[in-house]
Write a protein that binds this ligand. Structure first.
Ligand code: IMP
Length: 446
């Protein structure tokens, strides 16, 4: 209650330069919905990390849009959307995404800019992801989205075999592709499916690069200086995070993470916007937890309750269609990621999914080797051993999907919301009770 009052009476009056929307769990927190809603209050929306592994769903009335590269601001109209240097771009999929939007009457090319510094997911990255995804890490497969993300970031850091958007139109392209394709065929031959190696033929790859340059070349620009100029001119930016903080390469549940900085600390590196411009950080979390792919998940429910959450929440991956693992809200994990990401407000999503439970549980601490801990551990093998210590709250057994004001939530739902805010020590800024734009309650102004 304390935090909600704080929001209502004291917050939300800052002059905003850059607002960030950051996932606080393992991705799929419905960040796309929030970005779509906040976009009209900003001038530019920026995607700054991840790639086609992300699947951002935006529901506009009866229309459902599933975006992978294109920032969710594209549906707001008239707002510039930027794909910044930290994103890895799979051009075939981006082109298909643009064509899909065009087929539905949207003109994404009018207001989309792609950083010439962004790296390209090349055919060999898919071959490598597929070949290495079977590998066991600490006894479990990472279970990537098979979109070539890890191999592309690996080459970016390695530098010798990387291709950037600017390279696609460079007169050095033929030399780079010839050398890199030959090196990749050689490296991947012992581990890849022989039929996949055919995709790495130099001429075929070069042909694709020319097609990509023709289609995307006019969108490529120096987004770094563009964003800095626009900030100097007083424009408002909305930074759209992909995945979630627990999948952050440096701070997440390593090695069961993605290959970019998916927490709040990744905003500046990926976008080129320095910290001094970041005025508002919104942490997005579901009212429960989900995870796709491998890795420890202390509050996972492998029972009827988990299945009930999955079915009511339609918890199946946007990108891969995989059923998501479901569990209770983990306040230990979210307290950690909220601090790490420097959150000013929480956006608590999917409250409607918990409408019909007699009791609901919140994990408030873990038991690790007989000891109660409230810090999120570093080692995946420790997290795997953590047993959740739950606080049980009464459920509200009422459909809240039509609630539009905080006061109209049933008392037990209010208690649940307040308890989460209290445990994370962050005020609630937004509540969401369904996928539609109208099913959103703003408690702060952004
Ligand atoms: P990658 O990003 O495809 O390499 O996958 C690494 C891990 O991150 C896997 O467990 C994926 O399931 C997970 N992951 C990647 N992107 C997303 C996302 O957008 N939502 C949820 N999980 C994701």
């Amino acid at each position: 209650m304390f935090f909600i009052l704080k929001v209502l009476f004291g917050f939300g009056k800052t002059s905003v330069a850059a607002t960030c929307v950051i996932g606080l769990q393992w991705g799929d927190e419905a960040k796309g919905k929030l970005v779509d809603l906040l976009a009209p209050r900003h001038d530019i929306v920026v995607r700054y990390q991840g790639g086609a592994n992300a699947g951002h769903t935006v529901v506009c009335g009866k229309e459902v849009y599933k975006l992978h590269h294109v920032p969710s601001g594209i549906l707001a109209g008239g707002i510039t959307n930027v794909i910044a240097p930290g994103v890895v771009i799979e051009p075939n999929m981006l082109i298909r995404e643009l064509e899909g939007l065009e087929a539905r009457g949207i003109t994404p090319r009018k207001n989309l800019m792609i950083s010439e510094r962004a790296h390209v997911v090349m055919p060999w990255h898919f071959v490598e992801d597929k070949a290495t995804n079977k590998a066991m890490v600490a006894g479990e497969s990472i279970g990537t989205t098979n979109r070539g993300i890890g191999p592309c970031y690996r080459d970016k850091v390695g530098r010798t075999h990387a291709i950037r958007i600017a390279d696609l139109s460079s007169d050095q392209l033929k030399i780079k592709i010839t050398e890199t394709a030959a090196a990749k065929r050689h490296m991947l031959a012992p581990i890849a499916d022989p039929s996949d190696l055919e995709l790495l033929d130099t001429d075929k790859v070069l042909q694709q690069c020319h097609m990509w340059a023709n289609s995307l070349g006019s969108l490529a620009a120096d987004s770094t200086n563009y964003l800095l100029d626009e900030l100097d001119a007083g424009k408002r930016l909305l930074m759209e995070g992909a995945q979630g903080s627990l999948l952050d390469i440096d701070h997440g549940t390593y090695p069961f993470v993605t290959s970019s900085n998916a927490s709040g600390v990744g905003v500046s590196a990926g976008s080129g916007v320095p910290a001094r411009w970041i005025t508002n950080v919104i942490g997005v979390t579901k009212a429960y937890s989900t995870r796709v792919g491998g890795g420890p998940f202390p509050t996972e429910l492998i029972d009827e309750t988990g299945q009930k959450i999955r079915e009511i929440g339609r918890e199946y991956g946007t990108t891969t269609g995989r059923p998501r693992r479901c569990g209770w809200f983990d306040a230990v994990a979210v307290r950690y990621t909220a601090r790490l990401s420097g959150i000013h407000y929480l956006s608590l999503m999917m409250m409607d999914v918990l409408s019909y439970f007699d009791t609901v549980q919140i994990c408030v601490a873990y038991e690790l080797r007989g000891e109660r801990i409230s810090r999120f551990p570093c080692l995946a093998e420790d997290l795997r051993l953590c047993k959740p210590i739950y606080e049980t709250l009464p459920g509200w057994n009422t459909d809240v999907s039509n609630v539009r004001k905080l006061e109209d939530f049933p008392t037990n739902a209010r208690r649940y919301i307040d308890r989460i805010s209290e445990l994370i020590s962050v005020p609630i800024g937004v509540l969401s009770v369904g996928p539609d734009r109208e099913q959103t309650i703003f408690l702060a102004s952004f």
